[in-house]
Design a protein around this ligand. Structure first.
Ligand code: GCU
Length: 423
């Protein structure tokens, strides 16, 4: 408890000390920068074919980001799960709700509770939109059947100045971010789990969550050992192990989605796991889709100071030193290629640098070209509300840092167009 309170204090202090910091929000103040060449391989030659990309360049980029940014993750456990609730009518009979507990090791009880809604009357297996949530599964819908989350929750929005487990009053508080009825109506199943089940989001020196299940790795922790973002990404892949074997879902047509820090995690999960058919990054910003070398909005230094547990130690060498980065977010995005990738931003979310997210997508086009895809064809930022529905899609919504039904409409329109057709 004392260490939890200390961490809470650290969060509060880091937030308040940030007030004095200044961040750039002027396009004119973006420094001159050069993006590392995406296709240039370590031997100096350029990847010119999809084969060269798949066999050499992609692996080089993955390795670089693993060593310098997210850290190395352990192998996944053998799938072990428990059905907590069999398929049950929900959402006025339009859906079936199911709940499953997926364990992170063969012996330990640390587990991720998955909440699944799928259309009740679909003739074919439904495609899936899968993403982690911020406040526990019970926050996703005001549905009393949802199991209450058992892990650490940061209940700031409940105006409780401390950290405790989820409460009844948190039911449905994030329903705006999870318009499940809308997704069901569009023919999609929705699968979600609480990110704190995987690793509680505070700096405890990587002692709790799934880190605790790998004592050898923690004992020999180095500058390249995984941080919390990699742990969330890894936990998503463990969930995916369950999704792909579940007979009521179409495991070949899964879109992985993540918002904000969970957008960063979703991108890394997609980089590490080829089974996602589509990738959706919503307002993932610095350390996610936005170009860090632009130093617009959140910076690498600020990320590392506020959230020292997110990335591996090596990433800290780039604090206030973005020009030294041998990579930028286009490297991270390129690990999705040739899969369809949708990047969404919001006009008022300058902290996450919408323009930097758009430019990063543009800078990723060479990887898509190797596969004969155009990537993102728009050369200038589209107007808010206009989905650029290319293989690399981009959507800018009016408004603030959030997820809304308008975003989900863009997700569904994008998936309708780009998911592989069912035979
Ligand atoms: C903070 C943080 C961002 C992050 C966001 C979120 O604003 O600085 O990097 O994306 O939290 O996850 O909501």
């Amino acid at each position: 408890m004392i260490s939890i309170m200390k961490s809470w204090l650290a969060i509060v202090l880091s937030l308040s000390s940030s007030v004095a910091e200044e961040f750039n929000y002027q396009e004119a103040q973006v420094p001159a920068y050069q993006l590392p060449a995406l296709l240039q391989q370590q031997d100096g030659s350029s990847a010119e074919t999809s084969k060269q990309w798949q066999e050499t360049r992609r692996a080089e980029i993955f390795h670089l980001l693993e060593q310098r940014m997210f850290g190395v993750s352990p192998p996944r456990p053998t799938l072990r799960f428990r059905v907590m609730e069999p398929a049950t009518h929900a959402l006025d009979g339009t859906a079936l709700r199911q709940q499953v507990r997926v364990y992170f090791s063969s012996q330990d009880e640390t587990a991720l509770d998955l909440l699944i809604y799928r259309p009740r009357n679909s003739v074919k297996l439904p495609p899936v939109i899968f993403g982690l949530n911020f406040k526990g599964n019970q926050s996703v819908q005001s549905d009393p059947g949802i199991l209450m989350c058992r892990s650490w929750v940061n209940n700031q929005e409940l105006k409780k100045p401390d950290i405790h487990h989820a409460l009844e009053e948190s039911r449905g508080t994030d329903a705006g971010k999870w318009p499940v009825a809308y997704a069901i109506q569009r023919g999609y199943a929705v699968v979600t789990g609480y990110y704190g089940d995987i690793d509680p989001d505070y700096d405890d020196g990587w002692k709790n969550g799934v880190h605790s299940l790998h004592p050898e790795m923690e004992k020999n922790r180095s500058s390249e050992t995984w941080g919390s973002l990699a742990a969330w990404a890894w936990g998503m892949s463990v969930a995916m192990d369950w999704i792909v074997q579940e007979p009521s879902l179409d495991g070949k047509r899964v879109a992985v989605q993540g918002f904000s820090r969970l957008g960063k995690a979703a991108l890394w999960s997609a980089a590490s796991d080829p089974r996602y058919a589509i990738v959706i990054s919503q307002n993932s910003g610095a350390g996610g889709a936005a170009l860090n070398k632009r130093i617009f909005g959140e910076t690498v230094g600020r990320l590392n100071r506020s959230f020292p547990h997110w990335f591996c130690k090596n990433f800290h060498r780039y604090s206030e030193n973005e020009s030294a980065m041998e990579f930028d977010s286009h490297f991270l995005l390129s690990l999705c290629a040739p899969r369809p990738l949708l990047i969404t931003s919001a006009t008022e979310d300058r902290w996450a640098d919408p323009h930097g997210e758009f430019l990063a997508a543009r800078a990723t086009n060479p990887a898509y070209s190797l596969f004969g895809h155009e990537g993102l064809t728009a050369t200038t930022m589209p107007s808010p509300g206009q989905l650029v529905n290319d293989r690399m899609g981009y959507f800018l919504r009016h408004g603030r840092h959030d997820v809304t039904q308008e975003d989900w409409k863009a997700y569904c329109d994008f998936c309708d167009r780009h998911l592989p057709q069912q035979p």
